[in-house]
Design a protein around this ligand. Sequence first.
Ligand SMILES: NC(=O)c1ccc[n+]([C@@H]2O[C@H](COP(=O)([O-])OP(=O)(O)OC[C@H]3O[C@@H](n4cnc5c(N)ncnc54)[C@H](O)[C@@H]3O)[C@@H](O)[C@H]2O)c1
Length: 323
Amino acid sequence: MSASDPQGLIVVVTGGAGFIGANLVKRLLREPGIGGIRIFDDFSTGTNREFGDPRVEVFEGDLRDATRVDEVVRGASRIVHLGALPSVPRSIADPRSSIDVNIVGTLNVLEAGRAHEIEHVVVASSSSVYGANPILPKAESLATRPLSPYAVSKLGTEALANAYFHSFGLPTLAFRFFNVFGPLQRADHAYAAVIPKFLDAMKRSAPLTVFGDGTQSRDFTSVHLVVDALAKVSMQKFVHESPVNLAMGTRTTLNELIDLLRAIHPGQIDVEYVEPRAGDVPHSQASSELLTSLLPDLEAVAFEDSIREVYEWYFSARTSDPA
Ligand SMILES: NC(=O)c1ccc[n+]([C@@H]2O[C@H](COP(=O)([O-])OP(=O)(O)OC[C@H]3O[C@@H](n4cnc5c(N)ncnc54)[C@H](O)[C@@H]3O)[C@@H](O)[C@H]2O)c1
């Protein structure tokens, strides 16, 4: 039985059981006018099912299954498409799955969006599309030079969204996420991101593993900023004819991140430097000009404060439960 409010907006969040998706569901529940949120997920990497709100409904399914995607999208008004197989190393281990889920899955979502006259679709692309292009900061106008099957899959994701806008008039916006971090991000799988992996190692008093010499840098972005932007563009139905970076244009090296963690953590932190990984880019930093022109009221939180928040979340009792 659906508990959604027929008067309110119904938003489909693909990948809603995952890290960014679950943070988005929580953020959308605070948005006025939300009648229902449909999580579409296969629970392959995501685990979040319980949101304590009857407006949230969970639909288990695979993005590669066009019929199932169509069923879940029917009757909704917005889609935020976050479902994907993330991770560069995962795509190197198994390119076909990343391409299938991330490109064919996006095609299925857009086809359902078109068939059911969905008012707005946001899709998640990635800074990895800039790949081998060395120019910093990464302005959206730079040439994309993907270095991994994952990056190709995200280029396909964003290109399809933009093509559906141009070809069919489906209102879409593709965001390029940079390195997103925050509460609910999991460390307990082979392809975890660097911040949860570091926190997990610290909790076990194990050395932090750094691929390369630690001078590689990233535009680490708080998940709160990301979900705030996603909620705003979805609610206001913002369209852009080409992809938009979703990061504030900062750059932190892994060695700087480790120094920050040392300043917060009372225990000793040892670091083990190993060979660089295939497919990783040395530096990443967004140009945030386009983002801030579209969403001038986005509020950035200081990196130190966001790191402290995720450290406290990770070391609190709650984090012994699955995210
Ligand atoms: N976290 C980052 O730093 C980052 C950076 C760039 C882009 N992104 C993109 O943001 C989105 C969300 O990433 P995340 O970090 O929350 O990762 P996540 O793994 O926590 O979330 C992805 C979700 O998609 C689901 N999923 C995977 N395959 C599926 C399938 N075949 N059918 C249905 N559901 C499926 C997973 O179970 C999971 O819940 C992804 O599209 C990812 O590519 C994330």
